[in-house]
Design a protein around this ligand. Structure first.
Ligand code: AMP
Ligand code: FES
Ligand code: ZN
Ligand code: ZN
Length: 329
């Protein structure tokens, strides 16, 4: 009688047990070799997609989640000039979501010896209300704060990068994020978004920073593994307002496809980039967009007048002031 034993998996580079098995790369690695691999790959992507150089100043948008803290950690380890930007959205959700996120970001900085630079911007202080309070009176997003939140975050990221002279703004979007958005944009044939989605977005206006996503080729689980191996404490919870978002459903669907065909998510995304570049897909859409300068904030806008962020927040402040003066109405 023969008894077959399951082969014991080993790290590709040493005899230690692996912390992760990446089926799409047919690669299993132990903790130290995985950390080394992630950093080498990130550096390769930064160079391949011409994201930035060591002479340029990078502003990393850190949310307190695993991806953006991992990104900051990787860039620092690779010797890039990377400062952080944390945006306090004022979201509580019964868990103190925003304050927990800031605490994780500060914990990360303390772990790194505390001599890192972090810009903290409070939406309530700078715009007049927290995101949830503003969303309650805004007509944008039918009471859901996500659309107002995205708009405001982009506005703040552009502003801080411009005001402090950063060349590049880096976000922690991973492959799962990017593929879910690409899938949604394709389902809707949102050609304006399909024309612009990618790992590098050149500045659309003078004074704006280039936007880059150095982690766009890593799966979400790889970034979670990186953060855990590195001992980074991050916020595990999703934003309490994200429940029911279509990107979460798309992620589940795409994970089912990935389970049957390892690598399919990466292929979907890379082939999209390749097809767009080689065949000039959506080029006509890209050239149609005419941009003006918002007289209030100086950021680009498609309207000849105030940008949609300034207009939206003007209206929100008027409504908040009105309800403070007429509490019963
Ligand atoms: P999300 O849109 O929440 O999936 O986040 C995508 C990326 O945006 C993150 O990886 C961060 O780089 C950045 N980001 C999200 N929320 C914040 C925040 N509150 N402060 C600074 N950056 C953020
Ligand atoms: Fe902005 Fe959830 S509404 S992070
Ligand atoms: Zn190893
Ligand atoms: Zn504006």
């Amino acid at each position: 009688m023969s008894r077959s034993r399951k082969p014991v998996m080993k790290c590709r580079h040493c005899s230690e047990p692996p912390v992760i098995n990446m089926r799409q790369h047919k690669l299993a690695l132990c903790g130290p070799h995985f950390v080394e691999w992630v950093r080498q790959q990130t550096e390769r992507f930064i160079e391949k997609y011409r994201m930035f150089t060591r002479d340029e100043r990078v502003l990393v948008a850190v949310s307190g989640g695993k991806d953006s803290l991992a990104l900051w950690d990787i860039l620092l380890a690779l010797g890039y000039q990377a400062d952080g930007l944390y945006i306090d959205l004022g979201i509580d959700g019964g868990l103190g979501y925003s304050s927990q996120s800031l605490a994780c970001t500060q914990g990360f900085m303390a772990q790194h010896g505390g001599d890192l630079t972090l810009h903290v911007v409070s939406v309530a202080d700078d715009y007049g209300a927290t995101i949830p309070a503003a969303a309650r009176v805004s007509q944008r997003g039918r009471g859901k704060p996500c659309s107002l939140c995205g708009l405001t975050k982009r506005h703040i990221m552009n502003r801080v990068a411009r005001d402090y002279g950063y060349d590049v703004l880096a976000t922690g979007h991973n492959l799962d994020d990017e593929v879910a958005v690409l899938f949604g944009n394709t389902m809707q044939w949102s050609v304006e978004y399909l024309a612009r989605q990618g790992p590098v977005l050149p500045p659309s206006h003078p004074g704006l920073a280039r936007k880059v996503k150095p982690l766009f080729r890593f799966y979400e689980r790889e970034m979670a593994a990186y953060a855990i191996v590195r001992g980074i404490e991050y916020v595990y919870d999703e934003c309490p307002h994200a429940a029911g978002a279509s990107t979460i459903r798309y992620k589940e669907l795409l994970n089912q496809l990935e389970a049957d065909s390892p690598g399919i998510k990466l292929q979907f995304y890379l082939r999209f980039l390749q097809a767009r570049e080689q065949h000039g897909l959506f080029e006509a859409v890209r050239q149609q967009v005419e941009l003006f300068t918002c007289p209030s904030c100086g950021q680009p806008t498609t309207n000849d007048g105030e940008c949609s962020t300034c207009r939206t927040w003007d209206r929100i402040r008027v409504r908040i002031a009105h309800s403070a003066n007429h509490p019963a109405s």
